[in-house]
Write a protein that binds this ligand. Structure first.
Ligand code: GLU
Length: 445
């Protein structure tokens, strides 16, 4: 059997759309499933719309999603072979030779300075691995412009030429290209070549059934990154947009998807985007992630939100992240949950102050401070602290909450947060006592 070669062929025109990500993913999955090659080809012949920074957007998104391609330098600096990724803007002479061939063979002709292809008027059938056999009536199909007046080749030509030149065996792309395929087949036939297999994957629709555009919520891959979604979770969700393991599982490891993925099983019907499901899947990955895996993302998000963390002790940072992790599902929540770990001059929630720093609350805080001051700093652990709180509550005939709430507010400025005993342990004795002093002072002023 021929060895599979697939390509992802984005046009660098701006943001990286979720539909592009899914197309890249399905190509990557098929290549990895079959042991074939996954090629990256930048379709940048439209000089007016393409910008170098948009190419960077594509590289970054693919790297973030872990969709490494098989030929050429990778975004992480490693290099696979001396070819690729391919840029159509550097291949003008190849396209010209194909146009010249059609001209020489009388299959194309000049018209007002442009070059047109004699499009056959006979019906065409696209045998699609996902959509089945689709018939196209070409009776009224106009001759296709393959080269513009300014000498630049059009999308249909360069797309077909490169699929042939690069030995692409399977064209996996969005269903919006299905109607182009009959044009592509005609060109391939004119070149006397064998067409690749086609697999057009269903569109992604908004929950209301409209086609997802770049302005819709959830459309931009960079947004997910900025919001602190985990790339593995986004990739997992993208797998489900048109494919499923057929057993109702939604959280499924990428290796298992690679093992099971095949083109005929891709759904024929359109996929509906569901941000809630993605959010839920992200929560599952978040919960399962190690602190080491979350750390770079967490630092990046905190930094971006004006909370630099590079100066802080790595062990302290990880311990703080570990207890906060239990409470949140998305990196975006981190600044709100973590800022007070890295600064002592935080504000106190005014409503919580009214409710918690009452005369009794402050008296309890003072009692607690006195008691905690006597604990050996090395024994300032969640378990020991819990015992201290309970003992103090029993001794004063109060509920533990009467000490927990003032303590939490004093050390974090907030009324909700991670498990309090763990929070105190992570902050450590010195910080806890200093913060309690500060709270008492502020409440008294
Ligand atoms: N540049 C085209 C696009 O981004 C590629 C289509 C294809 O995969 O053949 O839609």
């Amino acid at each position: 059997m021929e060895s599979v070669r697939v390509r992802f062929a984005p046009s660098p025109t701006g943001m990286f759309h979720i539909g592009s990500a899914r197309t890249a993913l399905f190509n990557w999955l098929y290549a990895r499933h079959t042991g074939g090659a996954f090629i990256l080809r930048i379709e940048d012949t439209d000089a007016a719309r393409n910008k170098p920074e948009y190419v960077e957007v594509i590289f970054q998104a693919l790297q973030w999603l872990g969709l490494n391609w098989d030929e050429g330098p990778q975004p992480d600096g490693t290099v696979k072979g001396d070819k690729g990724p391919y840029f159509q803007s550097q291949r003008a002479s190849i396209y010209k030779s194909y146009v010249d061939r059609l001209l020489a063979e009388g299959k194309a002709y000049e018209s007002d300075g442009a070059i047109k292809f004699h499009t056959p008027k006979t019906p065409a059938i696209v045998h699609d691995l996902i959509c089945g056999d689709i018939q196209f009536d070409r009776t009224n199909e106009p001759d296709l412009v393959i080269q513009r007046k300014d000498g630049s080749p059009v999308f249909h030509l360069v797309n077909v030429v490169d699929d042939l030149e690069m030995g692409i065996t399977h064209v996996i792309r969005g269903e919006d290209h299905l109607s182009n395929t009959q044009k592509h087949l005609a060109l391939i036939e004119a070149f006397g070549a064998k067409p690749p297999h086609y697999a057009h994957i269903p569109l992604i629709l908004n929950p209301n059934g409209s086609k997802m555009s770049k302005r819709d919520e959830g459309a931009s891959i960079a947004d997910y990154r900025n919001q602190g979604y985990l790339p593995e979770a986004v990739r997992n969700y993208l797998c489900l947009l048109g494919w499923s393991p057929k057993d109702n599982r939604e959280v499924i490891a990428i290796d298992e998807v690679v093992a099971k993925f095949d083109l005929p099983q891709v759904n024929r019907s359109n996929a509906h985007f569901d941000l809630n499901k993605l959010f839920w899947i992200n929560g599952e990955y978040f919960r399962a992630a190690t602190i080491e895996a979350l750390e770079p993302m967490a630092r990046e998000i905190l930094e971006r939100n004006g909370i630099p963390t590079d100066g802080c002790d790595p062990a302290y940072f990880r311990a703080a992240l570990a207890i906060v992790k239990e409470k949140i599902k998305l990196g975006r929540e981190l600044p709100e949950w973590m800022s007070y770990f890295f600064r002592d001059d935080f504000d106190f929630e005014p409503t919580a102050v009214k409710k918690v720093f009452t005369p009794e609350g402050l008296a309890n805080l003072a009692r607690l401070r006195q008691r905690l001051a006597q604990i050996d700093a090395a024994k300032f652990s969640a378990t020991d602290l819990e015992n201290e709180f309970k003992a103090l509550a029993a001794a004063t005939g109060q509920k533990v909450g009467a000490f927990i709430h003032p303590a939490r507010l004093a050390v974090s400025g907030r009324s909700v947060g991670p498990s309090l005993y763990h929070l105190l342990e992570v902050l450590g004795k010195d910080r806890v006592l200093a913060r309690m002093d500060r709270a008492e002072k502020q409440a008294g002023s």
